[in-house]
Design a protein around this ligand. Structure first.
Ligand code: NCD
Length: 336
């Protein structure tokens, strides 16, 4: 593992499988009456959120706390960022707080990379979503969910990865960091990814991505093992990308009738927040085939694994042993 997690594209297959297997081990902690491990005691994790978030922020907080780290939550609203403070000055404050890891969500694509490579801070940087670029921990929790649902947990399938599984990602691909990270990670793990969207919401240069593109959802659904619905990201749209909401739902929304075209074993995913009635109907969102809530729970295990692997200098997967007690004996050097 590298020191930072900025992009799913940086993960090798071995890195990704190590994170997924570690998350599987750590998920067991959630089943215990006391959901805490002492592994990151004395370490400080800062959640630095410049953009709104519900699931990602509380899940990083829960993950850090379950590993006994100290957590500082920083949101741009109500901080000096709203007075115009720069990322560099904010970074200097975090450094003064002794942050061992900074989990950053930012509206600008590239902000986490800047933080990681600028030399402004000494700790690890974890990208929790940057602009329309990447959201690697979301892709990891999606892969974890797929592995559990379709492959049967660690060791299942070909080496526990997603070889040959067909994942269809539907909707606002253009503005979606979730789609971008998933295309990279899922293909690294052996899955075949197809993007389905109106032509106006397909990014320029998609030909160079390791996936197929289709404009016809009904044709792709019967060949899918999982269908990932994306939120239409109105806050990132400066123009009209489709005629009306009704027209969008009619062609690219998932309702009960469409879901019936999917193979029986296939699941419906959504990263949240959902626009019910737009990209997904309430009937589908609330059905047993929709993994949206399960994805949120799995997000805690994945973020525990990422923080654990980045901060404890751990090697292979496994529930970590308790942190070593502070040294009480002096080294020969000191005794002299
Ligand atoms: C996504 C995000 O913020 O990129 N949500 C999330 O992290 N759970 C997707 C979205 O906002 O639509």
């Amino acid at each position: 593992m590298q020191r930072h997690l900025i992009s799913a594209a940086d993960l090798t297959r071995d890195d990704a499988v190590l994170i997924l297997d570690t998350a599987e081990e750590l998920a067991r902690v959630a089943d215990r009456p006391i959901k805490k491990l002492p592994t990151l005691r004395g370490r400080t994790v800062v959640n630095l959120f410049f953009e709104d978030s519900t699931r990602t922020r509380i899940s990083f907080e829960a993950a850090a706390k379950r590993l006994s780290a100290d957590v500082i939550n920083f949101s741009a609203k109500g901080s000096s960022v709203s007075k115009g403070e720069s990322l560099k000055d904010t970074a200097a404050t975090l450094e003064a707080m002794g942050a061992d890891a900074v989990v950053i969500r930012h509206h600008d694509s590239g902000a986490p990379h800047r933080l990681a490579t600028s030399g402004w801070i000494g700790g690890s940087v974890v990208n929790a979503g940057d602009g329309t670029h990447e959201h690697p921990t979301q892709a990891l929790l999606d892969a974890f969910t797929l592995r559990r649902r379709l492959v049967g947990g660690p060791g299942g399938g070909a080496g526990g990865d997603l070889a040959g599984r067909r994942v269809t990602v539907v909707g606002d691909i253009l503005h979606s960091r979730v789609a971008r990270s998933n295309v990279h990670l899922l293909t690294t793990l052996g899955a075949e990814v197809t993007l389905v969207a109106p032509p106006t919401l397909v990014p320029i240069g998609v030909e160079s991505w390791p996936c197929e593109v289709s404009y016809d959802l009904d044709v792709v659904l019967p060949k899918s093992d999982a269908v990932m619905m994306l939120r239409v990201q109105r806050e990132r749209m400066s123009a009209a990308f489709f005629p009306t909401e009704r027209e969008y739902s009619r062609r690219y929304g998932l309702d009960g009738r469409r879901m019936a075209r999917m193979p029986e074993h296939a699941v419906v995913m959504h990263p949240g927040p959902m626009n019910r009635g737009m990209e997904i109907t309430a009937e589908v969102a609330d059905s047993g085939r929709c993994t949206a809530v399960e994805q949120v729970g799995n997000g805690v295990s994945i973020r525990m694994a990422v923080l654990y692997l980045l901060l404890s200098g751990a090697g292979p997967a496994g529930v970590p042993a308790p942190a070593p007690a502070p040294a009480t004996t002096r080294s020969p050097e000191e005794s002299k």
